[in-house]
Design a protein around this ligand. Structure first.
Ligand code: FMN
Length: 329
């Protein structure tokens, strides 16, 4: 067993978190990850209202007696969702672990901490990590450039970002982005992390709620099959490379670029949702990371976490065997 500050704080067996995933982080997947010994996280904004989130939390509780969390993602949007309502609903339903992500999380963090909750804040720079640390979060989730979704605009890969986190942070942090196996977990631990956060790998599990054809598409895909959209809008997102995302990037690269209003229909969340429901990978935009290249199967969460644990232990003991005692003169 690998015991870390994360497993001790969250009372989980394996130091692996399933990060919030729009349309994917639903009760069946969350309960499966938690039952397998990791931390499953429900994605609040996948639910259409705070009341619907209450129902999803109750459904998850009925399927697992293990700890799980709720993700609240602060989006750059003109009409923000009822964040306070979602947060209150989750706290009232007894959720005690939250993953926050996105801009200006101060008020949310303050609220969760005032309610005695554990907050894992996900961010992509050491500067933001330090500021969240000052706000009193318990754990930082450091998302490197490899990640699915929003890697920020600074393009720092996980290797340097985590080593910088080791230099600068006082509280535990986990490594996110680009991890799909036990070697990744061992590497994260070597870089001072207390565990890992994975998104893309968990999409491609038996309990993930997305269409079988999308899972099969992910197994066939390689590390070349993602693309960054919205670079020109300074809201970069790593998504699966398909007809729609390629068209978005072509529009952004036109002389004079593209306004968001010209891209809105192509990138709509509703179309992305239909990808997962109907199984046509070309129908809309959907997030995926370069770990696509590492994914070769569709295991249950239990199989996946057992395998990651075993591989990490083997990797760590293999490395330990390289260390020979120094000869004494
Ligand atoms: C399909 C999908 C949807 C995601 N949606 C969200 C989200 O709504 N909020 C969030 O904070 N992160 C979101 N993420 C990012 C993940 O929580 C995690 O940080 C990321 O996937 C880590 O990189 P990896 O995919 O290489 O493991 C999403 C990732 C995926 C793959």
């Amino acid at each position: 067993m690998i015991a870390t500050a994360l497993t001790k704080l969250l009372h989980i067996r394996v130091p692996v978190v399933q990060g919030g995933m729009q349309w994917v982080g639903t009760p069946p997947l969350v309960a499966a990850v938690s039952n397998a010994g990791g931390l499953g996280i429900l994605t609040a904004l996948t639910q259409p209202s705070p009341e619907a989130l209450r129902v999803a939390i109750r459904e998850t509780k009925a399927a697992t007696d293990k700890p799980f969390g709720v993700n609240l993602t602060l989006l750059p949007t003109i009409n923000p969702p009822d964040y306070a309502g979602y947060a209150r609903a989750a706290v009232e339903e007894g959720v005690r672990i939250f993953e926050t992500a996105g801009n200006n999380p101060g008020q949310l963090i303050e609220y969760f901490k005032s309610q005695g909750c554990i907050v894992i804040h996900k961010c992509t720079t050491v500067r933001h990590a330090k500021s969240a640390e000052r706000m009193g979060v318990d754990v930082l989730s450091i998302d490197g450039f490899e990640c699915a979704g929003h890697p920020g605009e600074e393009d720092i890969g996980g290797l340097v970002l985590l080593a910088r986190a080791a230099q600068e942070l006082k509280i535990p942090y986990i490594a996110s982005g680009g991890i799909a196996d036990g070697r990744g977990l061992a590497a994260a631990l070597a870089l001072g992390a207390a565990g890992i956060n994975m998104g893309t790998r968990f999409m491609c599990t038996a309990e993930s709620p997305i269409h079988q054809n999308i899972k099969d598409t992910m197994v066939k895909a390689t590390e070349q099959d993602t693309i960054h959209i919205f670079r020109t809008l300074k809201n970069t997102a790593r998504v699966f490379k398909n007809k729609v995302s390629t068209e978005v990037v072509a529009l952004e690269r036109r002389p004079g670029g593209a306004e968001f209003s010209e891209l809105r229909d192509l990138v709509s969340g509703a179309r992305g949702k239909i990808v997962y429901e109907k199984g046509d990978p070309d129908y809309g935009i959907w997030s995926a990371g370069i770990v696509l290249g590492l994914i070769k199967d569709i295991p249950t969460c239990e199989e996946l976490l057992r395998r990651i644990e075993r591989e990490a232990e083997d990797t760590i003991s293999g490395i330990s065997n390289m260390v020979k005692p120094r000869a004494r003169l």
